[in-house]
Write a protein that binds this ligand. Structure first.
Ligand code: C5P
Length: 218
């Protein structure tokens, strides 16, 4: 399993994070949350008042923030310029703004290079939107997680305080539409990925199914 790369893609709320961490834990692999990297850059830009409706303004500052990512599935961490950002990157403000930042090619170029560096010789589960298509196209195992819009909104609502299923459904539909229609590396299922619909499955069942697929493919 040392050289293994498992690519986990899918829309928001499909259960990628919990499933990826569960699989990494079960196999003793590292875990990389690439969404946390896009969120961290977005948080940094918001703090500095960068106009996120201006792609050029985002592009010129794309290389400035220094990211430090921890890959322990039991304690994933992210810091920006040495400051812990694990909490701030999950705010509604960052969630609403991240698709504008992740659509900018200069941001993607930078982060894809860093992600490939972290993946290195493998032994890692990597979750995101473009892992099987762009970041690690040679990964031997590619999973595309989906779930119905209602199931995804329900899960997210249970995780967050002060929101409703309706509001979450609308926010997720907006983000997924932006992520899958952008020009640069859109959310897409790789031709050789296995689609796994998690609507009717609990976390243990999802992890078990992915472990079975990994066994089958390696
Ligand atoms: O996975 P998460 O919801 O934290 O991702 C936040 C955002 O980061 C996504 O909505 C998307 O805009 C962006 N993202 C991306 N490519 C990835 C991972 C995340 O564009 N590989």
């Amino acid at each position: 399993m040392t050289g293994l790369v498992v690519a986990m893609d899918g829309p928001s709320g499909s259960g990628k994070s919990s499933a990826s961490r569960g699989v990494a834990r079960a196999l003793g692999l590292r875990y990389l949350d690439t969404g946390a990297m896009y969120r961290a850059i977005t948080w940094w830009m918001l703090q500095r008042g960068v106009d996120l409706s201006d792609q050029e303004a985002i592009a010129v500052r794309a290389l400035e923030p220094v990211l430090t990512i921890g890959t322990d599935p039991d304690a994933p961490s992210v810091a920006v310029d040495g400051t812990d950002a694990a909490g701030p990157i999950r705010t509604t403000e960052v969630t609403a703004a991240v698709s504008a930042v992740s659509a900018v090619p200069e941001v993607r170029r930078r982060l894809v290079a860093e992600q490939r560096e972290i993946i290195g010789a493998g032994g890692i589960v990597v979750e995101g939107r473009d892992i099987g298509t762009v970041v690690a196209p040679d990964a031997p195992v590619k999973i595309y997680l989906t779930a119905s819009a209602d199931a995804r909104a329900l899960r997210r609502t249970a995780e967050l305080a002060g929101t409703t299923v309706q509001a979450q459904k609308a926010a997720m539909a907006r983000r997924d539409s932006l992520d899958s229609t952008r020009k640069a590396d859109p959310l897409a299922m790789a031709a050789d990925a296995v689609e796994l619909d998690t609507t009717a499955l609990n976390l243990d069942e999802v992890v078990a199914e992915i472990l079975r697929l990994i066994k089958e493919k390696t």
